[in-house]
Design a protein around this ligand. Sequence first.
Ligand code: ATP
Ligand code: MG
Length: 139
Amino acid sequence: MATNRTFTMIKPDAVGNNYIGGILKMINEAGFRIVSMKYTRLSKESAGEFYAVHSARPFYGELVDYMSSGSIVAAILEKENAVADFRNLIGATDPTKAEEGTIRKIYAKSIAANAVHGSDSDENAAIEGDFFFSKLERF
Ligand code: ATP
Ligand code: MG
């Protein structure tokens, strides 16, 4: 059964380009409620842990370096069918393949610096939300 929460990060490229406001506006206008949010930065070690599932992929080192290169915004979002609806809102991993009107089409620079993260399953949404937020912060 689908739960109603997903997890997102606004990645260093989007934070560095002052796109936080524009991206949060799109998230709110798409009907997501912000449950928890923080502005923070990942160490190399914590970026490696967060993306451990990709440790065998050829781009893992680049991904970890990139995700620890600047500040990010982490958030838990709530909406009916949150995981699938948020993946539709952000668009394809490669912004050149993302549909018009999606966050990555509008704000992403490249497949590596692609503006936002979105959980790919309910199970990972819970794991990723727990990675960043304590139980008290996830009410
Ligand atoms: P995310 O998990 O960040 O929401 P995604 O689910 O669309 O993105 P994944 O396959 O999970 O894509 O890849 C995780 C991240 O790794 C991508 O968002 C991107 O930043 C990076 N990445 C994926 N493929 C490549 C690639 N070929 N070259 C460089 N970086 C890549
Ligand atoms: Mg993914």
